[in-house]
Design a protein around this ligand. Structure first.
Ligand code: NAD
Length: 480
């Protein structure tokens, strides 16, 4: 097995102490990385580059990601068990994401303001916020690194990435491409290690100005509290318990496929998992039959195998969490109509596989309807009217995404307005794009990633007012 090193100040290095396959950074190692980022941004060559030059580096990274797509996909799938088909597809989008922000770098503009003072000129400039700490979750490390670091670097920031301790290898492999692209040392750094150790040292470091975090709401809240003490900027991409809402007037074939991919894709280990399936009463039996038919045909197996639909649960603690929620759902009175236990059989034994699971008779008050599981467990909740669907969908602490299945255009628009979520998918699900802003309301997070808007998360606006007056004011004690 390969032994990895961290990427700090443009070189691959071991941590100050310790010898592991994936380095366990201590606060001292984090300090070296942040200092190198700070140096790159303040006095190093990065601070002197034009925006167009920065953009060229981002494009060079995009080219290298494209060239190394298969290799990176394999590493990531080996780390987190996501289907190779899916990680390969995602890497295509990751390359394009780097290219998109490469193109944006020299289109970041301030404004001139037609100020109400005749003898003054007012304008704004957009300045990089400072060193960015990017903390990422294990389910899509390279996607998170791209949607955080590409806009940050386009804005002129330098970054220190801390990937999850459960899936660090792909981010370190990616760092080798950054080196190959010839970026000045310190602009992009990777420290690996434990959340409570390397992660918290990074969040607390006085030279970190902005934290962009993807992970659970519990850790996100801790990061937010620490950041608040030093008034650091934060964006948080947290969990969800998303409603996927099927109206009787929907194309039921499409909706059933969307419901299945929304919860069983990636074994349900998605922040966007459509884990609450709201079904209109008049189609409940018909729709449940269609759903179960599709779900029964899911092929569990090796994520490297192109025939596999759904892979394993990524980590032992996550597998245990899924098992615990199966018990919670039953104890609360939900009726298991599919799956409900570990999946065994040829090629599955010992591999942390869970049968695609569907619970019926779920009410929105049950824990299985309110708490994020991050696994292949679907809860069916029945509703009668549009108003009731909105109420159930919004009666939750989370607000990340929602799916709406209907052929009624007016209803689609009314629902999109009424749902308290950052993204509404109408007649589709899991439709991501690095060009479309993404983020949560309520406990699902703060700020937006992707799209042109994301670059604002890494910029401060500075206002400049210049007087063109040649004479001193009549009365210097009156505010001009
Ligand atoms: P997590 O919160 O356990 O860890 C996320 C990152 O934070 C990791 O890098 C971890 O090492 C680090 N960390 C842990 N404790 C820390 C601390 N005290 N200080 C600083 N950093 C610390 O999350 P996870 O288990 O890796 O990921 C699963 C969660 O992520 C789920 O809740 C899921 O919904 C969420 N998620 C959200 C999105 C989104 O875009 N909204 C996407 C994917 C996953």
């Amino acid at each position: 097995m390969k032994r990895y090193q961290m990427f700090v100040a443009g070189d691959f290095v071991d941590p100050v102490d310790g010898d592991a396959q994936i380095p366990r950074a201590k606060p001292h190692d984090v300090d070296l990385a942040v200092r190198s980022a700070h140096h790159a941004m303040t006095t190093g060559p990065w601070s002197k580059f034009t925006a167009t030059q920065r953009g060229k580096f981002l494009n060079a990274i995009a080219d290298l990601v494209e060239k190394n797509r298969d290799h990176l996909a394999e590493i990531e799938t080996r780390d987190n068990g996501k289907l190779l088909r899916e990680t390969r597809g995602q890497l295509g989008a990751i390359a394009e994401c780097w290219r998109y922000y490469g193109g944006l770098a020299d289109k970041i503009e301030g404004h001139s303001i037609p100020i109400e003072k005749a003898d003054a000129l007012a304008f704004t400039t957009r300045e990089p916020v400072g060193v960015v700490a990017a903390l990422t979750a294990w389910n899509s490390p390279l996607w998170f690194a791209a949607i955080k670091c590409a806009p940050a670097m386009a804005a002129g920031c330098a970054v220190v990435v801390k990937p999850s301790e459960f899936a660090s290898a792909s981010t370190l492999e990616f760092a080798a491409l950054v080196k190959e692209a010839g970026l000045p040392p310190g602009v992009f750094n990777v420290v690996t290690g434990l959340g409570q150790e390397a992660g918290s040292a990074l969040v607390e470091h006085p030279d970190v100005a902005k934290i962009t975090f993807t992970g659970s709401d519990v850790t996100g809240a801790k990061v937010y509290e620490t950041a608040a003490r030093a008034m650091k900027r934060v964006s948080l991409e947290l969990g969800g318990k998303s409603p996927n809402i099927v109206f009787a007037d929907a194309n039921l074939e499409l909706a059933a496929a969307g419901a299945v991919s929304g919860i069983f894709g990636a074994s349900g280990q998605m922040c966007t998992a459509g884990s609450r399936l709201l079904v209109q009463r008049s189609i409940l039996d018909d729709f449940t039959d269609r759903l179960l038919k599709l779900a029964r045909n899911i092929r569990l197996g090796d994520p490297m195998d192109p025939e596999t639909d759904v892979g394993p649960i990524a980590t032992p603690p996550q597998f245990q969490k899924v098992m615990d929620y199966l018990a919670v759902a039953r104890a609360d009175g939900a009726r298991c109509v599919l799956g409900g236990k570990p999946a065994l059989g040829p090629g599955l034994t010992g591999g942390q596989f869970v049968e695609p699971t569907v619970f019926a008779d779920v009410t929105n008050q049950m824990r299985i309807a309110q708490e994020e599981v991050f696994g292949p467990i679907l809860s069916i909740i029945v509703f009668d009217t549009e108003q009731e669907a909105i109420q159930i969908a919004n009666e939750i602490d989370y607000g990340l995404v929602a799916g709406v299945w209907t052929t009624n255009m007016g209803r689609a628009i009314r629902m999109s307005k009424a749902l308290d979520v950052g993204t509404v998918w109408v007649n589709t699900y899991r439709a991501y794009s690095y060009m479309v802003p993404f983020g949560g309301m309520k406990r699902s997070g703060l700020g937006r990633e992707s799209g042109i808007e994301a670059v604002n998360e890494y910029l401060e606006t500075k206002s400049v007012i210049i007087s063109v007056a040649e004479e001193a004011p009549d009365n210097p004690f009156i505010m001009r």
